[in-house]
Design a binder for this molecule. Structure first.
Ligand code: COA
Length: 125
């Protein structure tokens, strides 16, 4: 929870922030999904983050981001694999994520596949 301000800073430089990126949501996410989210630190500062969750059926990875000056060193791939390993430990059989099209190769290289004919649908409540 103490990591949130630094995590938010990384997200801020990486994505458009959503209302769902609030501290409250972060706390609730971690409470519901203990041990499935990871940060990487350098000199006691958070430089990367990946959130993992499991709904009893499928694992889910989101909000993977690496501080700009630390990119292209394999950190994201490592963090993503850490979430996958944690999901496997609790017997998840499949992991789902969505990403910008530009990043498809990054995830294909990590063993993901695309689902043809699928689009991501979102509705604000
Ligand atoms: C995507 C991201 C997490 C990768 O982090 P990273 O630590 O640099 O990734 P790695 O070093 O493990 O892997 C780098 C690979 O990702 C690719 N990559 C990174 N950013 C990319 C981009 N914007 N478009 C296309 N490819 C990209 C690199 O080309 C590289 O591929 P290569 O190994 O074949 O050369 C990082 O660029 C980031 O935080 N981006 C903004 C947030 C984001 O888009 N997150 C994705 C979750 S939806």
């Amino acid at each position: 929870m103490n990591d949130y301000p630094q995590v938010r800073e990384i997200w801020q430089e990486s994505f458009t922030l959503h209302s769902t990126d609030s501290l409250e949501n972060f706390k609730e996410f971690i409470r519901r999904n203990p041990g499935l989210s990871f940060v990487e630190e350098y000199e006691n500062k958070v430089i990367a983050v990946a959130l993992g969750s499991y709904n009893g059926r499928i694992g889910y990875i989101c909000r993977l981001a690496v501080k700009k000056e630390f990119r292209n060193k394999g950190i994201a791939a490592r963090l993503n694999k850490a979430v996958e390993a944690a999901l496997e430990k609790i017997k998840a059989k499949q992991v789902f994520l969505y990403c910008h099209q530009n990043l498809a190769k990054f995830y294909l290289d990590l063993g993901y596949r695309t689902e043809d004919d699928c689009v991501v649908m979102i509705k604000d409540l």
